[in-house]
Design a protein around this ligand. Structure first.
Ligand code: 13P
Length: 249
């Protein structure tokens, strides 16, 4: 069966001391729900976060990586480097990477391949922009993002992929997709997977929703049958809020 996951994407927030403080706060919280918990601190803080959480069920994951294994790519970090500090999962395809750093579906396909080849699990993000939704094109945008980056893979690869639907218009805006909008899109994503890879894969994939998830709306969003968790930005920076979301499961 698919897993419930709540992942905190810290984005470019928290220096080393702040990372350590937030981890201490998180460790004082109780996971009373039934979701796995991940946090994604900045690259510079992964090693310290991993060591601090070595004996904890909270998994430390990375926000990005490069597709090459090494070489002249100034400022970049490889899968092997992530693994060497204990990381087992990497977020790829976040809309901020696509919008501000020009990551295309083709680049993301290469990153997915490199991560899987290195035995990293991938949290693959995608989602339409406001203009796409206004023009009724959200499903075609989402289906091409998924197909272009993932549908060259063998079925067996999907056990190491988690999907994260994050409509761009809901990220950091305070405007959440309604639980029905999230459910409709997640169901569509499962249908898209089903048409190429069949029912087993479609039903076994965890599909997270991201975009202004807060303690006040998490329970309703997570109650939808095709929503298997959340990718949390702003609310993941506060331990009380994050665990209120975690425990909404
Ligand atoms: P917010 O929760 O701040 O809207 O961010 C969502 C997100 O981008 C998580 O990756």
């Amino acid at each position: 069966m698919r897993k419930n996951i709540v992942a905190g994407n810290w984005k470019m927030n928290n220096d080393l001391a702040q990372t350590q403080d937030l981890i201490t706060d998180l460790e004082n919280k109780k996971n009373t729900g039934n979701a796995e918990v991940m946090i994604a601190p900045a690259f510079t803080n992964l090693f310290s976060a991993f060591n601090a959480l070595k004996d904890s069920p909270i998994e430390v994951v990375a926000q990005n990586m490069h597709f090459a294994s090494n070489g002249a790519y100034t400022g970049e970090v490889s899968a092997a480097m992530l693994k060497s500090v204990g990381v087992k999962t990497v977020i790829l395809g976040h809309s901020e990477r696509r919008a501000y750093f020009g990551e295309t579906d083709q680049v993301l396909a290469q990153k997915v391949d490199a991560a899987l080849a290195a035995d990293l699990r991938v949290v693959f993000c995608f989602g339409e922009e406001l203009a796409d939704r206004k023009s009724g094109n959200e499903e075609s945008v989402v289906s091409s993002q998924i197909k272009n980056a993932l549908f060259h893979l063998d079925a067996s690869a999907f056990k190491n992929i988690v999907l994260a639907y994050e409509p761009v218009w809901a990220i950091g805006t305070g405007e959440t997709a309604s639980p029905e909008q999230a459910q409709d899109m997640h169901k569509f994503i499962r249908r898209t997977l089903n048409s190429t890879y069949g029912d087993n894969i479609a039903e076994s994939m965890s599909i997270l929703y991201g975009g202004s998830v807060k303690p006040a709306n998490a329970k309703e969003i997570f109650s939808k049958p095709d929503v298997d968790g959340g990718l949390i930005g702003g609310a993941a920076l506060n331990a009380n809020d994050f665990y209120a979301i975690v425990n909404a499961f």
